[in-house]
Design a protein around this ligand. Sequence first.
Ligand SMILES: Nc1ncnc2c1ncn2[C@@H]1O[C@H](COP(=O)(O)OP(=O)(O)OP(=O)(O)O)[C@@H](O)[C@H]1O
Ligand SMILES: Nc1ccn([C@H]2C[C@H](O)[C@@H](COP(=O)(O)O)O2)c(=O)n1
Length: 221
Amino acid sequence: MTSPLVVAIDGPSGSGKSSTSRGVADRLGLAYLDTGAMYRAMTWALLQRGVDLDDPAAVASAADAVRLESGTDPLAPTIHADGTDVAEPIRTDEVTGAVSLVAAVPHVRELLVDLQRRAIGEAPGGIVVEGRDIGSVVVPDAPVKIYLVADPAARAARRAAENGGADAAATEAALAVRDQIDSTRAASPLVQAHGAVVVDGTHLTLDEVIDTIVGIVDAAS
Ligand SMILES: Nc1ncnc2c1ncn2[C@@H]1O[C@H](COP(=O)(O)OP(=O)(O)OP(=O)(O)O)[C@@H](O)[C@H]1O
Ligand SMILES: Nc1ccn([C@H]2C[C@H](O)[C@@H](COP(=O)(O)O)O2)c(=O)n1
């Protein structure tokens, strides 16, 4: 591989993309970009402005003015919207419940895909990028594409534990709603990209998933 390495990791909500991508980037000395955090930060900024998120035209026109900045250190990733550190507020139920609406608006996707491609271009040493459309739309020629999955019950149990023992059944239902919207929207739906290797982390520890993906990267190099 001569050009900078790009590892594209896509998959449904809670399949382990962020934890795995950070671990892979750290192990391989690569940068890391969390594109879900960008959609969340856009959602936070639009909510701050009082934009009606059920109105795609209003979302599209307000999105142009939002300034997003992503820090790509896998050990300390950052996300700012309009100069504010939004790492915590983008994880609230309000943002989580609304982000799929914003991510379905084509103009928002154009803006963020453009930012994502710029971030990738600014990582000359290579980068791990995670999201829903990285291997299919953002970097379709990425030399390594992973589609990371895990059973819905495992994803919900992990996410519920992370949220201090939240109700697993309610968490699984919320994940299913988000997956349904993300995979059926018209604009860049969640799909297994052409050429992506499926990694199923249901019965693997986080370290085992990272080892598996590092092995796939090594084999492709
Ligand atoms: N293989 C694994 N074994 C056990 N726990 C895991 C594993 N992979 C991830 N986790 C845990 O599952 C939870 C969800 O993982 P993570 O946030 O990385 O998923 P995600 O796919 O990025 O989610 P989202 O799409 O909502 O951003 C976290 O608490 C993480 O520590
Ligand atoms: N490339 C991406 C990344 C994320 N999204 C959507 C999907 C989710 O509903 C939302 C938040 O993502 P998460 O932080 O849960 O990974 O953003 C997308 O459409 N495309």
